[in-house]
Design a protein around this ligand. Structure first.
Ligand code: K1U
Ligand code: ZN
Length: 183
C-alpha cells in the first residue's frame, strides 16, 4: 500500500452535490468502467453517503456529475441494518413480459412522485464492489430501482416515461422552484 492509498483510507467520506433537472448532464450516456480501482471504490463510498444523506434509496454516478456506469443502492428500511449494494457496468440480460407499476421519485427531480410501468422482474449482470462479476434476479422495489438507476446511465429520467405535456409541466415547475430558491 502506498502512502497515498493509506491517506485515502483515512479520508472522511464526502457529500457530493446532486445535479437536478433540467441539466443537460443528466441526458448524457455514461461510459463503462474499465477497471475497479480503490479510487472508484472511494467514489462509490461517497455516493452512498450522499444517497443516505439525501435521503434516497438509489443513486447513479451521473447524478453527482460523474458519467460512468456506477450505481449505489440501499433498500433497507430505517429499522433494518444497512444493506449497501453496488452495481458497476450493469446489464439487463433478461426482463419479464409481466409488468409492474410503482410510484417512483428521483433525487434529480425533487418533490415529484408518480407511477411508472416497467418489467416486473429482471436479471442483471454487473461487477460488484470487489470488481467481480455477479448476476442477480430482481423483483419488486429492487427491480424497479435497478431499472430507474440504469435509465440514468443511459441519460433517461423517470419523467421521460411520461407524455411530453406532463414532462414539460414538471420541468417548468422545477425551473420556477430553482429561480425562487436563488432569489
Ligand atoms: O434519484 C434517484 O435515482 C433515487 C431514487 C430511487 C428510486 C425511488 C423510487 C423508485 C425508483 C427509484 C430515490 O431514492 S427517490 C427518494 C425515495 O424513494 C426515498 C427517500 C427516503 C426514504 C425512502 C425512499
Ligand atoms: Zn433518479
Amino acid at each position: 500500500m502506498t502512502l497515498a492509498d493509506a491517506a485515502s483510507y483515512l479520508r472522511p467520506m464526502a457529500l457530493l452535490p446532486i445535479i437536478t433537472a433540467p441539466d443537460p448532464r443528466l441526458a448524457q450516456k455514461s461510459a463503462p468502467v474499465a477497471t475497479v480501482t480503490d479510487e472508484l471504490r472511494k467514489l462509490m463510498d461517497d455516493m452512498l453517503e450522499t444517497m443516505y444523506a439525501a435521503p434516497g434509496i438509489g443513486l447513479a454516478a451521473i447524478q453527482v456529475g460523474v458519467p460512468q456506469r456506477i450505481i449505489v443502492m440501499d433498500l433497507a428500511r430505517e429499522d433494518e441494518e444497512k444493506q449497501p449494494r453496488f452495481f458497476i457496468n450493469p446489464e439487463i440480460v433478461w426482463a419479464s413480459d409481466e409488468v409492474a407499476i410503482y410510484e417512483e421519485g428521483c433525487l434529480s427531480v425533487p418533490e415529484i412522485y408518480d407511477e411508472v410501468e416497467r418489467p416486473a422482474r429482471v436479471r442483471v449482470k454487473f461487477l460488484g464492489y470487489d470488481g467481480k462479476e455477479q448476476e442477480i434476479e430482481a423483483d419488486g422495489l429492487l427491480a424497479t430501482c435497478l431499472q430507474h438507476e440504469m435509465d440514468h446511465l443511459n441519460g433517461v429520467l423517470f419523467i421521460d416515461h411520461f407524455s411530453k405535456l406532463k414532462r414539460d409541466m414538471i420541468l417548468r415547475k422545477l425551473v420556477k422552484a430553482r429561480r425562487r430558491a436563488a432569489s
